[in-house]
Design a protein around this ligand. Structure first.
Ligand SMILES: [Zn+2]
Length: 417
């Protein structure tokens, strides 16, 4: 009997303690639900999910959070990063990014981190190894990755990626890039790209394409890509680009944060460093990374204008804009850069609400993750509580009060100094 009781205390109690989270009632809070704003509502979360919205009655043990003057948003989603380790997922979470879509990482690390996932790390999906040719973009990072050269290899290539655990397929298509960091590399052909996309679709998986030019973007869309993993850095955007992408029902992850580090003269990340709401949570290494640019930025030969124009065109044409940063490339860092990306969208012509959609409901919809990206009953309680009205002033997303991953309040002090 004693042994059984000891067993219960030692083993069962910690299990219950770990998974039974205190219900939380947010009272009188402004709610951006992923699509629209409700000026004042009560939101109850329980057992890691959103339970109820509206004037609601809390269970006796609920923690009450006064939401007066604050806005509750779905946890943010960064749809283009490269996950480098558990600490990079922890960093993202501290800045309110509760889910990340990785666009190339070693499958072994992907497997390890997915099996270690906990409430202190952002969740992630991953492309794993990308589809590229020998010597193509993706092969320059010092480790060997599989490659392919012709359409007949596409099916077995995609099967191998799915066996490794890829959630979707990423293709590196650099045709048409005449300057910048990737110009001297060979690219997968349009035909092989189309065959890889078809193979992914036949297996009910998505295919997203890295591009660097407007002509490359057009090729990828024509080949059937679900989305573009970047916008191009041409000096101007073709006039019909928005309509063209809309007609093909594709989405675009603009990654203006990394584009600004390519076109320069300064990275857009540099201005995040001086933001008093972000800087206390940035390490020296983060700051150095945010201030970095690519060598091309100093040449003055590449313009951010075409990419920025394209973002406005795409929004007008009704193309889903899906926010992504390409962290940790020069000029970017996990989490903090997503706030900078949203500011760049507003500067490109989006309303603050359209920018918020791009980092919440749009990525969840584009990547078919129905339990995230909105504040709605039954969804995972990934939430961001901020001071002010980010739907009116996008900079308010940085004024973070609290971050919740699956109903668990994140300890943000971990990264602070
Ligand atoms: Zn990338």
């Amino acid at each position: 009997m004693k042994i059984i009781r000891l067993f219960l205390i030692l083993f069962l109690f910690p299990v219950l303690a770990c998974c039974q989270k205190t219900p939380i009632l947010f009272q009188h809070v402004r709610v951006f639900d992923g699509v629209q704003v409700t000026p004042s509502a009560d939101v109850l979360i329980e057992n890691g999910v959103i339970k109820e919205i509206g004037p609601t009655v809390a269970p006796g043990n609920a923690k009450i959070v006064d939401g007066t003057g604050k806005t509750l948003l779905p946890g943010l989603i960064d749809a283009h990063v490269h996950v480098h380790g558990a600490e990079t997922l922890e960093q993202a979470l501290i800045f309110g990014v509760t889910t990340e879509f990785d666009m190339m990482m070693p499958p072994r690390l992907e497997y390890q981190l997915k099996s270690e996932e906990n409430d202190h790390m952002a969740s992630f999906l991953s492309a794993g190894n990308p589809a590229t040719v020998p010597g193509g973009h993706g092969t320059e990072y010092g480790f060997v990755i599989p490659t392919l050269t012709k359409p007949s290899e596409a099916e077995s290539f995609v099967d191998a990626r799915l066996r490794e655990g890829s959630d979707y397929i990423k293709i590196m298509y650099t045709a048409g890039v005449s300057f910048g960091p990737r110009n001297s590399r060979p690219s997968i052909s349009k035909e092989t790209m189309a065959a890889v996309i078809a193979a992914a679709h036949a297996r009910h998986r998505m295919a997203v394409v890295h591009i660097g030019s407007a002509s490359g973007a057009r090729d990828a869309i024509e080949a059937g890509a679900d989305g573009l993993a970047h916008i191009f850095h041409d000096p101007s955007s073709p006039r019909d680009f928005g309509q063209f992408v809309a007609a093909h029902h594709a989405f675009v992850i603009p990654t203006l944060s990394v584009l600004h580090a390519v076109c320069g003269p300064e990275s857009a990340g540099g201005r995040l460093v001086s933001d008093p709401n972000l800087s206390p949570y940035l390490s020296r290494e983060n700051i150095n990374r945010l201030q970095e640019t690519f060598p091309s930025a100093r040449s003055g030969m590449i313009s951010c204008r075409g990419g920025t124009q394209a973002v406005a065109q795409l929004e007008t044409a009704g193309v889903p804009i899906v926010a992504g940063t390409d962290a940790p490339n020069p000029g970017t860092t996990y989490g903090a850069s997503l706030h900078g990306e949203l500011q760049l969208y507003v500067e490109a012509g989006l309303t603050p609400i359209q920018a918020l959609v791009a980092a919440t409901s749009a990525p969840a919809e584009a990547f078919h993750i129905p339990d995230r990206g909105r504040i709605s009953p039954g969804l995972r309680a990934d939430l961001l509580l901020v001071n002010g009205h980010p739907d009116e002033d996008i900079l308010a997303t940085r004024n973070i009060v609290a971050v919740y991953k699956a109903g668990h309040e994140v300890d943000r002090r971990k990264n602070s100094h």
